[in-house]
Design a protein around this ligand. Structure first.
Ligand SMILES: [Zn+2]
Length: 255
């Protein structure tokens, strides 16, 4: 049986997600921005929370952990490199580790940059990627603790996953990301197509997440820093991709 998911908004623009294994009844929350929307999603689905899989230590991903753990006695899985900054951690994981949610299995992929210990959970059987604040739809996280070249290497690890991977990110930032991306790649047909799709989604009040990784590879300028056309667009033709990425990220910070 395949995994089931439920996506919901938390706080202002954070996403929470539940991942459910119908075979065993196990259910994981990906991050816990706040407890109440997670509880509401559990009530709506009838699923019982067994695990919280934490991507990184920021408060808008962890503030609900203590309350949920107290209520559900669930297991808390968190990145080893920043576990000390996350409450109630039971299991610390890092690159290449496997995390089970019932009979479902996720690979842990470390992507330092946004924070130094940030991890992603990739469920290969269902091709689900939970990317926290590393990769957004048509964007990427701010490089807060790491260096731009480190973030670029991290994004390359995610880019190597299959095109039909569903990407669940930590925030609904897609509209602003598209407006920025169009300043760099106004002629990118895949980006224009995604812009039209997202306009419809926003008008209908539906989430723009998840997206397909193949679409991100074609339309997300932050995954395209090694494309000569992107380098040329930011005046860095022939320069290393990491330098192009750093310039694009810096322009987004100022956007
Ligand atoms: Zn964050």
């Amino acid at each position: 049986m395949t995994a089931q998911t439920k996506l919901f908004l938390c706080l202002k623009d954070n996403y929470g997600v539940l991942v459910h294994d119908p075979a065993t009844g196990a259910t994981a929350a990906i991050d816990a921005p706040e407890a109440a929307p997670v509880e509401a999603a559990l009530a709506a689905t009838g699923w019982k929370l067994t695990d919280i899989l934490v991507t990184h230590h920021h408060g808008d991903h962890t503030a609900g952990i203590a309350e949920l753990k107290q209520h559900h006695h669930c297991r808390v899985v968190a990145p080893r490199r920043e576990a000390a900054k996350i409450p109630d951690v039971d299991v610390e994981v890092g690159e290449g580790d496997r995390v089970k949610v019932g009979s479902l299995s996720a690979e842990v992929i470390e992507t330092p940059g946004h924070t130094l210990g940030q991890i992603n959970y990739f469920f290969p059987a269902d091709k689900l990627l939970f990317a926290g604040d590393t990769l957004f739809s048509i964007g990427c996280g701010r490089v807060i603790e790491g260096k731009p070249d480190q973030m670029w290497q991290s994004l390359l690890k995610l880019r190597a996953l299959p095109d039909d991977t569903s990407v669940y990110c930590g925030h609904e930032y897609t509209d602003a990301n598209i407006r920025f991306a169009l300043t760099i790649e106004p002629g990118n047909a895949a980006l224009q197509a995604r812009a039209a799709e997202v306009k419809k989604q926003i008008a209908a009040g539906t989430p723009t997440v998840p997206s397909k990784l193949g679409d991100e590879k074609r339309a997300n300028v932050f995954l395209r820093a090694d494309d000569p056309s992107v380098a040329a667009a930011v005046g860095l033709a022939g320069k290393p991709a990491a330098q192009v990425f750093a310039e694009v990220r810096e322009r987004k910070n100022r956007f």
